[in-house]
Write a protein of this length. Structure first.
Length: 127
């Protein structure tokens, strides 16, 4: 058994296949899944698990170099959760974020019910 880190078997397997420059869409429970993008659905009920909890687990286990959020997320709790963890967050329209999410290698669906709690994370390298 793993000592720590991500314990969810499907999520652990999915993130271990990612490389530098790959995109992960960390999404609320309402974000549509783009065709062809693998989905790890963690949502149990509204609010479980929280976007912030999943983001924390990902940041503890993976290296990211950037984050992109929707302009509409400005001033929300979601922006605070992401903005407090990245030196720089880029913003595009929600429509553009949905379109760009089609390039993601993985979508992680949380139970988050806060509007616009979605971010595209770009994988980095630990060296």
């Amino acid at each position: 058994m793993k000592r720590g880190g991500i314990l969810h078997a499907e999520l652990n397997a999915a993130v271990s296949r990612l490389g530098h420059g790959d995109l992960i869409l960390l999404a609320d429970c309402g974000m549509p899944a783009p065709a062809g993008v693998p989905v790890v659905d963690l949502a149990l009920v509204h609010g479980v698990p929280r976007f912030e909890q999943v983001l924390t687990a990902l940041l503890d286990d993976l290296v990211f170099e950037s984050s992109v959020m929707a302009h509409e997320a400005r001033g929300t709790e979601a922006e605070k959760w992401v903005g407090g963890r990245f030196d720089q967050v880029s913003y595009i329209s929600h429509s553009e974020l949905k379109e760009l999410s089609g390039c993601a290698k993985l979508l992680i669906r949380t139970g988050e019910a806060t509007p616009y709690a979605n971010t595209l994370l770009t994988c980095g390298v630990p060296f």
